[in-house]
Design a protein around this ligand. Structure first.
Ligand code: PBG
Ligand code: ZN
Length: 342
């Protein structure tokens, strides 16, 4: 033909021909190992309240609600039916419960403790992960206790956060997940669990690689946990630092973390890959946070892309980067889609 005549025919060598390797669905699956999406790859974060008003929508996260314990009891069966295996609990309490040290985080009657007990009684097959942090319980909204000058009191914070983790462990939590970013909290928790005879039953999922991100905005609305002053840059990681990310992961592994997390998700896939490569024997979690949820929701609502297709692409990318487990507010929808595909 004409083009060939003017350009000269290029004949690629046989080993440059790739199409042959992915010409049907089965072949495409073979080329995509460890990127499959199954129900057990997803964890649903849940906001639990102590009021009795049932289900209250979170305005900044369309489709997400906060639940009272009775409302949660009504909500869970359909999710279990769709294959839900695990939840991540966050407590939300009114300001009257808050003080400068976050003492209600350890209370026997806190919404998280009550939710754990309800779930373990009514839905024992569900694996319960509990976020451990003070920011939803302190009047100042920071993740730890503070010195007079407003800086973090790391020792006092670790003590209280460890007590919070123990309260959840004793109530029946399977996994405690410190998101506070204090130094040394993983070791303190592992030791305390061991002391209490719970080390064989309760594991620690460390939010080891958690950045000081602008993607947490909608969550702070939902959990009423925004800092009253300042920001979290003295304890959450600087956005550009893969060095600190790796040091934090290595430290938490050395302190006995059972599982690791990178958070947020999409902008940090480079670290999912490199931390997974550094610690291939620990399950790697990725948290698709509130801002990512809202961004994809609004993008789909504006017609930029189809929600189901974009989520499939995003989650496949997370798995390809090395995530074993994805924490996502989209979990209920994903479970329904996975069920339809079968
Ligand atoms: C509390 C906590 C936060 C998130 C999880 N645990 C907020 C923060 O650190 O400011 C963010 C989750 C999300 O944005 O979906 N320490
Ligand atoms: Zn916090």
């Amino acid at each position: 033909n004409d083009t060939a005549a003017t350009t000269g025919q290029y004949t690629p060598p046989a080993h440059h021909l790739l199409h042959s390797g992915y010409s049907n669905d089965t072949l495409r699956r073979w080329q995509s190992s460890n990127t499959e999406l199954h129900p057990h790859n997803f964890v649903l974060p849940l906001f639990v309240t102590e009021d009795v008003s049932g289900e209250i929508p979170v305005v900044s996260m369309p489709g997400v609600s906060r639940y009272s314990i009775p409302a949660l009891e009504q909500y869970l069966p359909s999710l279990l039916d769709d294959g839900l295996t695990s939840v991540l609990l966050f407590g939300v309490v009114p300001s009257a419960r808050k003080d400068s040290v976050g003492s209600y985080s350890c209370a026997a009657g806190s919404p998280v403790v009550l939710a754990i007990k309800m779930i373990k009684t009514k839905f024992p097959s569900l694996t319960v992960i509990c976020d451990v942090c003070l920011c939803a319980y302190t009047t100042h909204g920071h993740c730890g206790e503070l010195h007079e000058d407003g800086s973090i009191n790391n020792t006092a914070s670790v003590n209280r956060i460890t007590a919070q983790a123990l309260a959840y462990a004793k109530a029946g939590a399977d996994v405690v997940a410190p998101s506070d970013m204090m130094d040394g909290r993983v070791g303190a928790m592992k030791q305390a669990l061991q002391r209490e005879g719970l080390s064989g039953k309760v594991s620690v999922l460390s939010y080891a690689v958690k950045f000081s991100s602008s993607f947490y905005g909608p969550f702070r609305d939902a959990a009423e946990s925004a800092p009253a002053f300042g920001d979290r840059r003295c304890y959450q990681l600087p956005l550009g630092s893969s060095g600190l990310a790796h040091r934090a992961a290595a430290r938490d592994v050395a302190e006995g973390a059972d599982m690791l997390m990178v958070k947020p998700g999409m902008p940090y896939l480079d670290l999912v890959r490199s931390v997974k490569d550094a610690f291939p024997h620990l399950p790697m979690f990725i948290y698709q946070v509130s801002g990512e949820y809202a961004m994809l929701h609004h993008g789909a609502a504006a017609g930029v892309f189809d929600l189901r297709k974009i989520l499939s692409e995003v989650f496949t990318g997370m798995r390809r980067a090395g995530a074993d487990v994805i924490i996502s507010y989209y979990t209920p929808r994903v479970l329904r889609w996975l069920k339809e595909d079968h």
